[in-house]
Write a protein that binds this ligand. Sequence first.
Ligand code: PEP
Ligand code: MG
Length: 325
Amino acid sequence: RERQLDNLKDRQTETTDGREIILSANVEFKHEFPLVEASGAAGIGLFRTEFYLLGKGEIPSEDNQYHVYAEAASITQPHQAIIRTLDAGGDKLPAEPLPEPEPNPFLGWRGIRVSLTRIGMFKEQLRAILRASAHGRLGVMFPLVSGISELMKAKSILQECMDELDSEGTPYDPGIEVGMMIEVPSAAIMANEFAKEVDFFSIGTNDLIQYTVAVDRINKHVSKLYKPTNPAVIRLIKMTIEAANKHGIWTGVCGEMASDLELTPLLIGLGVDELSVGTHQLPRIKKAIRSLSHAECATIADEALRCRFSSDILALTKGLAQRSY
Ligand code: PEP
Ligand code: MG
């Protein structure tokens, strides 16, 4: 069985009726880079840089970061590697020791909010990503964006870094794709506006679910309420994809939901262009996509969008998964 999955490594990821899905890898550490190609992934859909940046107590220098991102760019060629800027805070390490603990860390100083208040650190990361983009196809993505002004600020800082590199004569890819995570309900609701400002969306379902239904993703007392098939979550995903399609940009899913074989039919049916999953799970997801009909997925997704209960949505997608693989 493992050998069977291994044989799929170099095969395209498309449904039985020819809809291509970009299937890329989530990585957190440099030592995972060799697994990307070995898993058969089409590049890196999410490099969570916080573990690399915060793991050693001191944030690595711009040069050090440049080498790591350049390696990501070169090992994924000809595919893309999407580098997500620091997502500190929440359940992850803070960017710096805080004078007092935050009462609600998930609603606090995390993601892009940290980067926009530590601009020196943010610029070092952006410059490193831009410099590395001279070595392959990179994308840059901002986490936890909740409003347009945050995105505009992040983009203007990115532009400032580009201007600096231009005046130094340092090479970078001026066509680097700039995207954002859709992981806060306000971003999904405003997707039509955000879509005018970015090249792609990547839906972070881990956070999108917890913020939509107000359920802490790591609190066992309420974990029963944490369901990726919650009808409100499914509608937000649909709104995001529709807004992206309207503006000609692509949408991926990089949260855990993308790694759940029972949910693959639903995500394909809702119209995602990309799924980004852990390298360990990737071959199984590839096999699943290759055995699904996009038309059948779309039919159950339409039905799912009319459901009132998570359990009904789960039954629809699970049913098609069981019939197909
Ligand atoms: C997510 O929220 O789904 C996501 C991919 O980001 P993280 O899990 O790193 O918060
Ligand atoms: Mg997240």
